[in-house]
Design a protein around this ligand. Structure first.
Ligand SMILES: [Zn+2]
Ligand SMILES: [Zn+2]
Length: 351
Protein backbone atom coordinates (compact mmCIF):
# COMPACT_ATOMS: atom_id res chain seq x y z
CA UNK A 1 0.00 0.00 0.00
CA UNK A 2 0.94 3.64 -0.33
CA UNK A 3 1.47 5.86 2.67
CA UNK A 4 2.00 9.62 2.80
CA UNK A 5 4.61 9.73 5.51
CA UNK A 6 6.58 12.11 7.67
CA UNK A 7 10.20 11.06 7.32
CA UNK A 8 11.84 13.83 9.35
CA UNK A 9 10.54 16.89 11.25
CA UNK A 10 9.52 19.84 9.06
CA UNK A 11 10.27 17.99 5.78
CA UNK A 12 7.55 17.50 3.16
CA UNK A 13 5.67 14.24 3.51
CA UNK A 14 6.79 11.54 1.08
CA UNK A 15 4.63 9.03 -0.71
CA UNK A 16 6.21 5.65 -0.07
CA UNK A 17 5.26 2.05 -0.62
CA UNK A 18 5.03 -0.35 2.34
CA UNK A 19 3.68 -3.88 2.74
CA UNK A 20 -0.08 -4.30 3.04
CA UNK A 21 -1.07 -5.13 6.63
CA UNK A 22 -2.49 -8.58 7.38
CA UNK A 23 -4.91 -8.73 10.32
CA UNK A 24 -4.19 -11.08 13.21
CA UNK A 25 -6.28 -11.79 16.31
CA UNK A 26 -8.97 -9.14 16.80
CA UNK A 27 -7.49 -6.69 14.29
CA UNK A 28 -9.55 -5.09 11.57
CA UNK A 29 -8.10 -3.45 8.45
CA UNK A 30 -9.85 -0.30 7.29
CA UNK A 31 -9.17 1.13 3.83
CA UNK A 32 -9.12 4.88 4.29
CA UNK A 33 -11.58 6.92 2.29
CA UNK A 34 -11.32 10.19 4.24
CA UNK A 35 -8.90 11.60 6.80
CA UNK A 36 -8.93 14.91 8.63
CA UNK A 37 -5.92 17.13 9.18
CA UNK A 38 -5.61 18.27 12.80
CA UNK A 39 -3.35 20.84 14.45
CA UNK A 40 -1.72 18.02 16.38
CA UNK A 41 -0.65 16.51 13.04
CA UNK A 42 1.14 19.79 12.50
CA UNK A 43 2.83 19.54 15.92
CA UNK A 44 3.86 15.98 15.07
CA UNK A 45 5.31 17.24 11.79
CA UNK A 46 7.15 20.05 13.59
CA UNK A 47 8.49 17.46 16.03
CA UNK A 48 7.64 19.36 19.20
CA UNK A 49 5.12 21.09 21.42
CA UNK A 50 5.71 24.35 23.29
CA UNK A 51 5.07 23.58 26.98
CA UNK A 52 5.48 27.19 28.11
CA UNK A 53 8.22 28.74 30.22
CA UNK A 54 10.78 28.00 27.52
CA UNK A 55 10.19 24.25 27.80
CA UNK A 56 9.48 22.06 24.81
CA UNK A 57 8.31 18.48 24.39
CA UNK A 58 10.15 16.61 21.67
CA UNK A 59 7.79 14.06 20.14
CA UNK A 60 10.63 11.83 18.97
CA UNK A 61 11.43 11.26 22.65
CA UNK A 62 7.81 10.23 23.22
CA UNK A 63 7.75 7.01 21.23
CA UNK A 64 7.08 8.45 17.77
CA UNK A 65 9.23 7.06 14.99
CA UNK A 66 9.52 7.92 11.31
CA UNK A 67 8.41 7.20 8.66
CA UNK A 68 4.94 7.74 10.02
CA UNK A 69 1.66 8.30 8.18
CA UNK A 70 -0.26 10.82 10.31
CA UNK A 71 -3.98 11.59 10.69
CA UNK A 72 -6.09 10.31 13.54
CA UNK A 73 -9.40 11.39 11.99
CA UNK A 74 -10.15 8.41 9.80
CA UNK A 75 -13.20 7.06 8.02
CA UNK A 76 -13.10 4.14 5.63
CA UNK A 77 -14.23 0.73 4.58
CA UNK A 78 -13.50 -2.54 6.33
CA UNK A 79 -11.44 -4.67 3.95
CA UNK A 80 -10.02 -7.45 6.15
CA UNK A 81 -10.90 -8.98 9.52
CA UNK A 82 -8.71 -10.96 11.90
CA UNK A 83 -9.84 -14.44 12.97
CA UNK A 84 -10.98 -13.23 16.42
CA UNK A 85 -12.72 -10.00 15.35
CA UNK A 86 -16.50 -10.10 15.62
CA UNK A 87 -19.37 -7.73 15.02
CA UNK A 88 -17.95 -6.19 11.86
CA UNK A 89 -18.16 -7.20 8.20
CA UNK A 90 -16.12 -6.56 5.09
CA UNK A 91 -17.56 -3.58 3.26
CA UNK A 92 -18.78 -1.79 6.42
CA UNK A 93 -18.18 1.96 6.51
CA UNK A 94 -16.71 2.95 9.85
CA UNK A 95 -15.16 5.84 11.77
CA UNK A 96 -11.96 4.78 13.56
CA UNK A 97 -11.55 5.74 17.23
CA UNK A 98 -7.78 6.33 17.23
CA UNK A 99 -6.92 6.75 20.94
CA UNK A 100 -5.93 3.17 21.60
CA UNK A 101 -5.21 2.32 25.24
CA UNK A 102 -3.69 -0.79 26.78
CA UNK A 103 -7.19 -2.18 27.38
CA UNK A 104 -6.35 -3.41 30.90
CA UNK A 105 -5.71 -0.44 33.22
CA UNK A 106 -8.40 1.28 35.31
CA UNK A 107 -8.76 4.10 32.79
CA UNK A 108 -9.20 1.71 29.88
CA UNK A 109 -11.68 -0.41 31.81
CA UNK A 110 -13.66 2.79 32.51
CA UNK A 111 -13.78 3.36 28.76
CA UNK A 112 -11.37 6.31 28.87
CA UNK A 113 -8.62 4.85 26.72
CA UNK A 114 -7.62 8.41 25.82
CA UNK A 115 -6.34 8.70 29.42
CA UNK A 116 -4.34 5.45 29.35
CA UNK A 117 -0.74 5.95 30.46
CA UNK A 118 0.50 3.72 27.65
CA UNK A 119 -1.83 4.88 24.89
CA UNK A 120 -0.67 4.07 21.35
CA UNK A 121 -2.69 6.41 19.15
CA UNK A 122 -3.32 5.55 15.52
CA UNK A 123 -1.73 8.21 13.33
CA UNK A 124 0.94 8.90 15.94
CA UNK A 125 2.50 5.63 17.13
CA UNK A 126 1.07 3.57 14.24
CA UNK A 127 0.13 4.59 10.70
CA UNK A 128 -3.01 6.69 10.47
CA UNK A 129 -5.34 7.91 7.77
CA UNK A 130 -2.54 9.00 5.48
CA UNK A 131 -1.95 5.32 4.86
CA UNK A 132 -4.22 3.58 2.36
CA UNK A 133 -4.98 0.94 4.98
CA UNK A 134 -5.15 1.33 8.75
CA UNK A 135 -4.72 -1.44 11.33
CA UNK A 136 -7.39 -1.15 14.04
CA UNK A 137 -6.60 -3.43 17.02
CA UNK A 138 -10.19 -4.36 17.88
CA UNK A 139 -13.69 -3.85 16.43
CA UNK A 140 -14.68 -1.85 19.55
CA UNK A 141 -12.74 1.07 18.07
CA UNK A 142 -15.06 1.23 15.05
CA UNK A 143 -18.15 3.41 15.07
CA UNK A 144 -20.85 3.27 12.41
CA UNK A 145 -21.46 6.74 10.91
CA UNK A 146 -24.86 5.63 9.60
CA UNK A 147 -26.13 8.14 7.08
CA UNK A 148 -23.57 10.81 8.00
CA UNK A 149 -21.12 12.01 5.38
CA UNK A 150 -17.98 9.97 6.16
CA UNK A 151 -15.67 12.94 5.48
CA UNK A 152 -17.46 14.96 8.16
CA UNK A 153 -17.81 11.95 10.45
CA UNK A 154 -14.04 11.36 10.33
CA UNK A 155 -13.49 14.73 12.04
CA UNK A 156 -15.58 13.60 15.00
CA UNK A 157 -12.77 11.18 16.00
CA UNK A 158 -10.65 14.09 17.24
CA UNK A 159 -12.20 17.52 16.92
CA UNK A 160 -15.73 16.26 17.66
CA UNK A 161 -14.83 14.24 20.75
CA UNK A 162 -12.42 16.89 22.02
CA UNK A 163 -15.26 19.38 22.02
CA UNK A 164 -17.74 16.90 23.45
CA UNK A 165 -15.29 15.85 26.17
CA UNK A 166 -14.60 19.47 27.12
CA UNK A 167 -18.29 20.36 27.32
CA UNK A 168 -19.02 17.18 29.29
CA UNK A 169 -16.36 18.14 31.85
CA UNK A 170 -18.05 21.49 32.46
CA UNK A 171 -20.94 19.56 34.08
CA UNK A 172 -23.43 22.26 33.13
CA UNK A 173 -26.67 21.81 35.04
CA UNK A 174 -28.83 24.49 33.45
CA UNK A 175 -28.71 25.04 29.67
CA UNK A 176 -29.53 28.72 30.18
CA UNK A 177 -26.27 29.30 32.11
CA UNK A 178 -23.74 31.32 30.11
CA UNK A 179 -20.81 29.36 28.66
CA UNK A 180 -17.63 31.16 27.60
CA UNK A 181 -15.51 29.74 24.77
CA UNK A 182 -12.09 31.21 24.08
CA UNK A 183 -11.02 30.93 20.45
CA UNK A 184 -13.23 31.02 17.36
CA UNK A 185 -11.08 28.61 15.38
CA UNK A 186 -12.20 25.18 14.25
CA UNK A 187 -12.68 23.76 17.74
CA UNK A 188 -14.28 26.89 19.15
CA UNK A 189 -16.84 27.05 16.36
CA UNK A 190 -17.47 23.31 16.67
CA UNK A 191 -18.12 23.89 20.38
CA UNK A 192 -20.65 26.61 19.58
CA UNK A 193 -22.48 24.20 17.26
CA UNK A 194 -22.40 21.43 19.84
CA UNK A 195 -23.67 23.64 22.67
CA UNK A 196 -26.47 24.81 20.39
CA UNK A 197 -27.34 21.21 19.53
CA UNK A 198 -27.45 20.40 23.25
CA UNK A 199 -29.89 23.27 23.88
CA UNK A 200 -27.58 25.89 25.40
CA UNK A 201 -28.82 29.42 24.87
CA UNK A 202 -26.11 31.82 26.08
CA UNK A 203 -22.75 31.30 24.40
CA UNK A 204 -19.99 33.90 24.66
CA UNK A 205 -17.12 33.57 22.19
CA UNK A 206 -13.79 35.37 22.61
CA UNK A 207 -11.18 35.83 19.91
CA UNK A 208 -8.38 38.31 19.32
CA UNK A 209 -9.27 38.41 15.63
CA UNK A 210 -12.35 40.62 15.12
CA UNK A 211 -12.81 39.01 11.70
CA UNK A 212 -13.97 35.88 13.55
CA UNK A 213 -16.95 37.70 15.02
CA UNK A 214 -19.27 37.02 12.12
CA UNK A 215 -18.42 33.32 11.92
CA UNK A 216 -18.96 32.97 15.68
CA UNK A 217 -22.34 34.67 15.59
CA UNK A 218 -23.38 32.70 12.51
CA UNK A 219 -22.43 29.47 14.29
CA UNK A 220 -24.81 30.41 17.11
CA UNK A 221 -22.78 32.45 19.60
CA UNK A 222 -24.90 35.04 21.38
CA UNK A 223 -22.06 37.47 22.23
CA UNK A 224 -18.61 38.08 20.80
CA UNK A 225 -15.85 39.55 22.97
CA UNK A 226 -12.72 41.11 21.47
CA UNK A 227 -9.88 39.14 23.07
CA UNK A 228 -7.52 42.07 22.60
CA UNK A 229 -9.53 44.33 24.88
CA UNK A 230 -7.48 45.79 27.76
CA UNK A 231 -9.75 44.55 30.56
CA UNK A 232 -10.58 41.10 29.24
CA UNK A 233 -11.64 39.84 32.67
CA UNK A 234 -14.14 42.66 33.01
CA UNK A 235 -15.36 42.15 29.44
CA UNK A 236 -15.92 38.43 30.05
CA UNK A 237 -17.87 39.05 33.24
CA UNK A 238 -19.94 41.74 31.54
CA UNK A 239 -20.73 39.42 28.62
CA UNK A 240 -21.69 36.57 30.93
CA UNK A 241 -23.70 38.80 33.28
CA UNK A 242 -21.41 38.08 36.22
CA UNK A 243 -18.61 35.79 37.36
CA UNK A 244 -18.22 32.81 35.04
CA UNK A 245 -19.30 29.34 35.99
CA UNK A 246 -18.40 27.57 32.74
CA UNK A 247 -15.52 28.31 30.37
CA UNK A 248 -13.42 26.41 27.86
CA UNK A 249 -10.10 27.83 26.71
CA UNK A 250 -9.32 26.52 23.23
CA UNK A 251 -6.26 28.78 23.03
CA UNK A 252 -4.47 28.84 26.41
CA UNK A 253 -2.01 31.68 26.14
CA UNK A 254 -0.87 33.44 29.32
CA UNK A 255 -3.41 36.16 28.53
CA UNK A 256 -6.45 34.02 27.83
CA UNK A 257 -5.94 31.60 30.70
CA UNK A 258 -5.33 34.47 33.15
CA UNK A 259 -8.45 36.33 32.08
CA UNK A 260 -10.67 33.26 32.11
CA UNK A 261 -9.40 32.10 35.47
CA UNK A 262 -9.78 35.55 37.03
CA UNK A 263 -13.33 35.75 35.66
CA UNK A 264 -14.48 32.56 37.38
CA UNK A 265 -16.86 32.79 40.28
CA UNK A 266 -17.24 30.39 43.22
CA UNK A 267 -17.76 26.89 41.89
CA UNK A 268 -16.71 27.99 38.40
CA UNK A 269 -15.10 25.48 36.08
CA UNK A 270 -12.48 26.12 33.45
CA UNK A 271 -11.57 23.39 31.00
CA UNK A 272 -8.30 23.73 29.09
CA UNK A 273 -7.96 22.45 25.55
CA UNK A 274 -5.51 24.77 23.76
CA UNK A 275 -1.77 24.14 23.53
CA UNK A 276 -0.58 27.65 22.68
CA UNK A 277 2.18 27.40 25.30
CA UNK A 278 0.82 29.66 28.04
CA UNK A 279 1.34 29.47 31.79
CA UNK A 280 -0.96 30.21 34.71
CA UNK A 281 0.03 30.91 38.30
CA UNK A 282 -2.54 30.40 41.01
CA UNK A 283 -3.00 31.97 44.42
CA UNK A 284 -3.50 28.78 46.41
CA UNK A 285 -5.30 30.54 49.26
CA UNK A 286 -7.43 32.16 46.55
CA UNK A 287 -8.41 28.67 45.37
CA UNK A 288 -9.82 28.10 48.84
CA UNK A 289 -11.56 31.46 49.28
CA UNK A 290 -13.09 31.22 45.80
CA UNK A 291 -13.25 27.49 45.10
CA UNK A 292 -12.82 26.86 41.38
CA UNK A 293 -11.98 23.92 39.16
CA UNK A 294 -9.25 24.14 36.55
CA UNK A 295 -8.88 21.03 34.48
CA UNK A 296 -7.26 19.89 31.28
CA UNK A 297 -8.86 17.63 28.75
CA UNK A 298 -7.41 15.63 25.91
CA UNK A 299 -9.51 14.18 23.12
CA UNK A 300 -12.43 12.07 24.38
CA UNK A 301 -13.64 8.56 25.02
CA UNK A 302 -15.17 6.03 22.64
CA UNK A 303 -18.49 6.93 24.24
CA UNK A 304 -17.88 10.59 23.34
CA UNK A 305 -17.49 9.49 19.71
CA UNK A 306 -20.70 7.48 19.84
CA UNK A 307 -22.49 10.42 21.51
CA UNK A 308 -21.31 12.92 18.89
CA UNK A 309 -22.35 10.59 16.06
CA UNK A 310 -25.77 10.09 17.70
CA UNK A 311 -26.18 13.86 18.17
CA UNK A 312 -25.23 14.46 14.52
CA UNK A 313 -27.73 11.83 13.41
CA UNK A 314 -30.56 13.78 15.08
CA UNK A 315 -29.85 16.56 12.59
CA UNK A 316 -29.41 19.11 15.40
CA UNK A 317 -25.62 19.37 15.16
CA UNK A 318 -24.60 21.85 12.49
CA UNK A 319 -21.71 20.37 10.46
CA UNK A 320 -18.30 21.98 10.88
CA UNK A 321 -17.16 23.39 7.56
CA UNK A 322 -14.81 20.97 5.83
CA UNK A 323 -12.66 21.59 2.82
CA UNK A 324 -11.92 18.52 0.72
CA UNK A 325 -8.57 17.94 -0.94
CA UNK A 326 -7.15 14.86 -2.65
CA UNK A 327 -4.67 12.95 -0.51
CA UNK A 328 -1.91 13.62 -3.06
CA UNK A 329 -2.06 17.33 -2.12
CA UNK A 330 -1.25 16.59 1.52
CA UNK A 331 1.82 18.85 1.63
CA UNK A 332 -0.22 21.78 0.36
CA UNK A 333 -2.76 20.99 3.09
CA UNK A 334 -0.02 21.08 5.76
CA UNK A 335 1.30 24.39 4.41
CA UNK A 336 -2.14 25.94 4.55
CA UNK A 337 -2.75 24.75 8.10
CA UNK A 338 0.69 26.04 9.13
CA UNK A 339 -0.07 29.45 7.62
CA UNK A 340 -3.53 29.60 9.23
CA UNK A 341 -5.27 29.59 5.84
CA UNK A 342 -7.95 27.05 6.69
CA UNK A 343 -11.62 27.62 7.48
CA UNK A 344 -12.93 24.71 9.48
CA UNK A 345 -11.24 21.39 8.77
CA UNK A 346 -9.25 20.08 5.81
CA UNK A 347 -10.36 16.55 4.95
CA UNK A 348 -8.18 14.59 2.57
CA UNK A 349 -9.93 12.19 0.26
CA UNK A 350 -8.85 9.06 -1.54
CA UNK A 351 -10.09 8.20 -5.05
ZN1 LIG B 1 -6.46 15.81 16.54
ZN1 LIG C 1 -4.83 1.46 29.64
Amino acid sequence: MKIWAMTAPKKPLERIEVADPTPTGTEVIVRTTHCGLCHSDLHLWEGEYNLGGGKRMNILERGVSFPRAPSHEIAGTVVAIGPDATGVAIGDTRIVYPWIGCGHCDRCRDGEENLCATMKPIGVITHGGMAEQVVVPHPRYLVDPGTLDPGLAATYACSGITVNGAIRKLEIRDPSSPVVLVGAGGLGLAAVAMLRAKGHRTIVVVDVNPDKQQAALEAGATTFVDGATADLTGALRAAAGGPLLYAVDFVNTDTTARAVFDSLGKGGRMVMVGVAGGELTLSLAGMVFVPRTVMGTAMGSIQDLKDVVALAQTGKLAPVPTERMPIDRVNEAFDRLKDGRVTGRIVLEYD
